[in-house]
Design a protein around this ligand. Structure first.
Ligand SMILES: Nc1ncnc2c1ncn2[C@@H]1O[C@H](COP(=O)(O)OP(=O)(O)OP(=O)(O)O)[C@@H](O)[C@H]1O
Ligand SMILES: [Mg+2]
Length: 358
């Protein structure tokens, strides 16, 4: 397989079904060799975008370019994209090797060339020794890898993945995520993956595009989206967050948000009504006398043991209930309901986000 990937450009694409807008004015540049994930809740338009890229759904607005060439009106079979869907539809009556060989037969490659390519593709997904088995003799994860091999065997310009791992149990899914990442590195192709699993998106992607109600709300690296979510929806969907509403004024280091008698130093440029996102793991329980940019007193209202630490809900007089994730090694005392605590968090931990458009 050659090393070069291909660049994809979505230019204001949209899809309407009658009055219903499934995707609205989506623009996105996917770089050659990039692993991009479309992430969003059910019905947000992920599959619709993927199907427009594949050519199975015709956009009602916008253009799609591959390496600068307009492919909007090109039929799917001429786009030569590899695809893997949820539920790995392998042909049950064919062996693994015959399944993987299928796209090559369609393309009328000779026997010797087919055999070489099938072997290479099966080696790529580490299933070489299962070539002669039927799909029914494989585990779900192995079947999924056969589907991946079948999508990669003809050296596609793009690999389109629509929740390929969602049918698998959590542990197997985590293993295949690792393999998918390694596979992407080995083949150097452009991958577009669809998921509504935020952990999968964070761990696999070079960049993530977040969708909500057919709108692309934010595109960026996993770190950028997690650390600098643009909207309340992004902060809430990618990880967990507390939201603190109040009135903001600009100060020397960012903003100060007032709420009741409390003042919270935060990042942002908002002036007026604002909402802050504050991640539970960025809050610590301060020992007596210790200082932090923000210090908030409260009492533990409830707590649960999570294995990696404790999840606390701390009721505070001014900011309401605040969720805190406390790593076990940092918990100096065992949590207890009613226990008074002092919460500390840096200015950097609290970031102003926009309210989402209704
Ligand atoms: N052929 C169609 N006719 C009418 N509406 C459609 C059609 N296909 C999809 N939709 C609607 O478009 C919206 C987006 O659907 P899409 O399949 O892209 O969502 P998704 O993000 O992939 O969701 P999921 O996570 O559930 O797979 C949904 O509200 C869906 O009902
Ligand atoms: Mg879908």
């Amino acid at each position: 397989m050659s090393a070069a990937g291909h660049a994809l450009s979505l230019q204001g694409i949209g899809k309407r079904y009658g009055d219903f807008v499934a995707v609205r004015d989506a623009s996105l540049e996917v770089a050659s060799g990039e692993f991009l994930t479309l992430l969003g809740p059910s019905g947000s338009g992920k599959t619709t975008i993927l199907m427009m890229v594949a050519g199975f759904v015709e956009p009602t607005a916008g253009r799609i370019l591959l390496d600068g060439r307009d492919i909007t009106d090109l039929p799917p079979e001429r786009r030569e994209f590899g695809m893997v869907f949820q539920g790995y539809a392998l042909f049950p009556h064919m062996t693994v090797a015959e399944n993987v060989s299928f796209p090559l037969r369609v393309r009328k490659l000779g026997r010797a060339e087919r055999d070489t390519k099938v072997r290479a593709a099966l080696d790529l997904v580490q299933l070489g020794r299962f070539a002669d088995r039927k799909p029914s003799q494989l585990s779900g994860g192995q079947q999924q890898r056969v589907a991946l091999a079948r999508a990669l065997v003809f050296d596609p310009a793009l690999l389109l993945l629509d929740e390929p791992l969602s049918a698998l149990d959590k542990k197997l899914r985590a293993e295949l995520q690792e393999e998918l990442k390694a596979l992407h590195r080995r083949v150097g192709r452009t991958f577009i993956n669809v998921t509504h699993d935020q952990e999968e998106a964070l761990s696999l992607s070079d960049r993530i595009a977040i969708l909500n109600h057919g709108n692309l709300v934010q595109v960026g690296t996993p770190e950028a989206l997690y650390e600098r979510p643009a909207t309340r929806f992004v902060a809430d969907f990618l990880g967990k967050s507390n939201f603190i509403e109040g009135d903001a004024v600009v100060d020397a280091g960012g903003i100060t948000l007032r709420r009741g008698g409390a003042r919270v130093l935060a990042r942002g440029t908002a002036d007026g009504p604002a909402v802050l996102s504050l991640r539970p793991e960025k809050i610590v329980l301060l020992p007596d006398g210790a200082a932090e940019d923000n210090v908030v007193g409260g009492r533990i209202a409830s707590w649960s043991y999570l294995g990696t630490g404790y999840g606390l809900v701390v009721e505070t007089p001014d900011l309401g209930p605040i969720r805190v994730h406390l790593p076990a090694w940092r918990a100096a005392v065992a949590p207890a309901e009613g226990l008074p605590v002092r919460l500390g968090f840096s200015r950097d931990a609290a970031v102003a986000v926009l309210e989402d458009a209704a």
